[in-house]
Design a protein around this ligand. Structure first.
Ligand SMILES: Nc1ncnc2c1ncn2[C@@H]1O[C@H](COP(=O)(O)OP(=O)(O)OP(=O)(O)O)[C@@H](O)[C@H]1O
Length: 779
């Protein structure tokens, strides 16, 4: 158990293991042997760590120096277990990082990454309290540390938001986070950038105190070479290798130089010229070999690259070189030893020898990664959930927008989609009207056969269609072409008389009578919904008109109607509303989309800012991370779902004939499905822009193919099969069937919605975990 500043126990143990771990501490602090790390895949593969050895003694400060891009951060990320080596060994306190026994990631390590890795919306105090809860520190200890570190690092007041601090102040808060729990190993990636010289000195003094008085081990990278004089050991790194590793005094003495900067320069020049020699030698060998081959000489023996330079498929891996380019041809690994061994006296030589040859059997220390790791720890889960809520509510405006967005979308969809069309202008050209009488439309409601045109027009609903009188068909057609009206309704001069004759003649009516008795309609059919509405209105109006006359003349009103009769529907209304069709799709669509967007945004932003890595290094398990997000997102989802159905069912009277609990369950499943996809997106993408593109692209595909806007029955057969593979298709159908038909979970068209949602959730989560794992090796 780690002791606090005043010697009191500061950690509340999460599991039994913590109290036992410290009894088995390997003598050396950190050992790295023959480390190879390769970034990228295929032609982009590039060796960043190139057979690197490093030895950090426990209780010392190790200064890792090197030019930008030489692989320092990569090495540190392997030490803390955030990246895996492609080959080679790392032991931290005698165990492989990432194993339960090493305690790393976890409390034993304090990590300050290069990026800020803090939440801008948190205050300094909230930031430190968050990590305090992650480490399960006692409240008194947290307060004591807050005070102590504020003084040491000259931090601004604790209630200041991190985003309002200057760059230097933010880095000091980041430094404070790394020191906060007094870890045994401190890994600091350029902690003194943006810090004034006085404060820099006090930071180094503190590091020295930690190493001397408290036996803490510190690995620190810096660009300020001279400040590293205060380190016990300096590792000078170039092109993924250590050129030298020794105390500052020995380095200066060996090279008879005054500054470490000069020593580093000399080592780099030596390395450069040696690499050139080897390169020239290699080229010369290639030429002579080619010559030999051309002249039918010897076989190409002994020029194969070493195993470490080959990927599984046998493709040579370019190694980073002096100018940090990955396009140069690689050196055989034995050349690396030649280059490094050719150095001044007194320096610890970096050889390519296997660990066993230098007296270490690292494999004995290998342990199963996270074999016994705690799946969930209450304090960490609590800290994460609290952080997520804090994050959520800090920006109240944004929170309310997101919270109410689904309900807002449902309101808009109920108001805007599927309603009855109104005020459609239609040109009426009525030649039955007498110009000498002022073309006045007079009609009676008795059994009189006159002015049928006017009597018919009376039955057209004037909220749906606005009748615009025109003098001639030509004028009316012109107005239609110019988009002033949606079509022309024309009555011939003798419309009433001819209609009466047509009724009287029945089957014997001649063509002229039929032509003169028709209501001739020419429509602008460019808008399907509008022309369908007009057609339906005009036909319904004629049916009502016929019934009116028949009734007035004491005939059976239904005698003239077509003998196709629609009886009461089994499900739904006689006049079904498109809104009822669209609403379930809109609900699931927006819930799914928001879940994808929020999850990918949260995970990606935290990963990019480094906060995710920092939390993981502090000991947070990926399962806890996901569970905390799940809890927050589910609470948000429940609230959103409540408001969505409140508006859809109560305010807009959308029918719900089935089990509302089942409706809510499917909605939540779709939210989870969206979260799982968001997880995959965040695992795949490095940038927000690519995440947005994937999210939007897949969302539009979903909208179009899942039957949200139009029934899947309208799709070509093969597209229909594809449509049913989409995550939302069955779920939407299930929701419609519950709401509109009242079907229960026992019906295949309902349980398929549940089953496919569960399958998608499972598949997407598995895929995300695979991607995360693969990227740990390749990125
Ligand atoms: N995820 C990645 N995928 C591909 N290449 C990467 C990745 N991360 C880093 N690199 C490359 O690896 C090389 C080493 O990067 P690294 O961050 O370890 O360097 P560094 O020594 O810490 O540099 P600096 O001092 O500037 O921080 C660089 O060329 C960098 O572009």
């Amino acid at each position: 158990m780690t002791k606090g500043v005043e010697g009191s126990p500061v950690f509340v143990s999460c599991n039994q293991f913590d109290s036992e771990r410290s009894t088995d501490i390997y003598a050396d602090g950190v050992l790295v042997r023959n480390a190879y790390k390769i970034y990228g895949v295929g032609r982009n593969r590039c060796a960043i760590l190139d057979g690197l050895h490093m030895t950090v003694k426990k209780g010392t400060i190790y200064g890792l120096l090197g030019a930008s891009g030489c692989g320092k951060t990569t090495l540190l990320s392997c030490l803390i277990g955030r990246r895996r080596l492609n080959s080679g060994d790392i032991l931290v306190f005698g165990h492989e990082p990432g194993s339960e026994e090493s305690g790393i990631p976890g409390r034993r390590v304090g990590y300050m990454p290069q990026e800020l890795a803090l939440h801008g919306y948190f205050t300094i105090k909230e930031t430190l309290h968050y990590f305090g809860r992650i480490y399960n520190l006692k409240a008194e200890f947290i307060d004591a540390q807050l005070e102590f570190l504020s003084k040491l690092l000259d931090l601004p007041p604790g209630d200041r938001y991190v985003k309002t601090l200057s760059g230097g102040q933010q880095r000091r808060v980041s430094f404070a986070v790394a020191l906060f729990h007094e870890p045994e190993l401190l890994i600091l990636d350029e902690p003194t950038v943006g810090v004034d010289p006085l404060l820099r000195q006090s930071i180094w003094n503190h590091l020295v105190r930690l190493s001397v008085d408290h036996e803490r081990t510190v690995i620190v990278t810096t660009h300020y070479i001279e400040e590293a004089r205060q380190a016990n050991t300096i590792g000078m790194m170039r092109s993924g290798r250590l050129l030298a590793e020794d105390s500052p005094e020995n380095l200066l003495h060996s090279y008879a130089l005054r500054s470490l900067e000069d020593v580093f320069l000399q080592l780099c020049m030596k390395d450069y010229s040696n690499a050139e020699v080897v390169n020239n030698h290699e080229n010369a060998s290639e030429v002579s070999l080619e010559d030999q081959q051309l002249s039918g000489g010897i076989d190409n023996v002994g020029f194969e690259p070493s195993a470490s330079q080959l990927d599984i498929s046998g493709t040579p891996i370019p190694r980073q070189r002096n100018k940090m380019t990955c396009t140069l041809p690689s050196l055989p690994s034995d050349c690396v030893s030649k280059v490094v061994l050719n150095q001044g006296p007194g320096i610890t030589f970096m050889t390519n020898a296997r660990p066993k040859e230098i007296g270490l059997e690292l494999s004995d220390r290998r342990t199963n990664r996270n074999r016994n790791s705690t799946f969930f720890c209450r304090h960490r889960l609590g800290a994460l959930i609290q952080k997520n809520f804090l994050q959520m509510f800090r920006n109240v405006g944004l929170f309310l927008f997101v919270f109410l967005l689904p309900a807002n979308q449902v309101i808009l969809s109920c108001l805007c989609i599927g309603g009855d069309l109104s005020f459609l202008k239609l040109a009426i050209v009525n030649d039955e009207l007498d110009p000498s009488q002022g073309r006045v439309c007079n009609y009676t409601t008795t059994c009189t056969y006159s002015m049928f045109s006017c009597r018919y027009l009376r039955f057209i609903e004037n909220t749906t269609i606005i009748q615009v009188p025109f003098q001639s068909v030509a004028e009316a057609l012109d107005a239609t072409k110019r988009g002033k009206v949606w079509g022309v309704v024309h009555f011939g001069k003798d419309f009433t008389d001819e209609l009466v004759v047509r009724q009287a003649d029945g089957n014997y009516a001649d063509n002229e009578t039929i032509r003169a008795s028709r209501v001739a309609i020419t429509l602008d059919e460019s808008n399907q919904q509008i022309s369908l509405t007009i057609k339906r209105q005009l036909i319904d109006a004629f049916s009502d008109f016929s019934k009116d006359i028949l009734a007035a003349c004491s005939y059976q009103p239904m005698a003239q109607s077509i003998p196709v009769t629609f009886l009461d529907p089994i499900y739904g209304e006689r006049k079904p509303s498109f809104t009822e069709y669209v609403t379930p799709g809109v609900i699931l669509g927006i819930i799914y989309f928001l879940s994808v967007a929020l999850t990918s945004a949260v995970f990606l932003t935290e990963r990019k800012s480094g906060l995710h890595d920092r939390s993981i290094v502090a000991g947070v398990q990926m399962t806890e991370y996901m569970m905390a997000h799940l809890v927050n997102q589910l609470i948000l989802l429940l609230g959103q779902t409540f408001f969505v159905y409140l508006f859809a069912l109560i305010v807009f009277n959308t029918a719900c004939h089935g089990n509302l609990a089942l409706v809510i369950f499917i909605t939540l499943l779709q939210g989870l499905c969206g979260m799982s996809f968001g997880l995959l997106v965040s695992a795949l993408c490095d940038e927000e822009t690519s995440a947005i593109q994937i999210t939007l692209g897949t969302n539009y595909t979903n909208i179009i193919m899942s039957g949200m806007l139009w029934p899947t029955e309208a799709m070509p057969t093969y597209v229909r099969y594809l449509a049913h593979l989409m995550p939302q298709t069955y779920a939407m159908q299930a929701l419609r069937n519950i709401l509109g038909r009242g079907w229960g979970i026992g019906h295949p068209k309902v349980y398929m919605g549940v089953v496919t949602s569960l399958c998608w959730i499972f598949g997407l989560v598995c895929l995300s975990l695979i991607v995360v794992r693969v990227r740990k090796y390749t990125g």
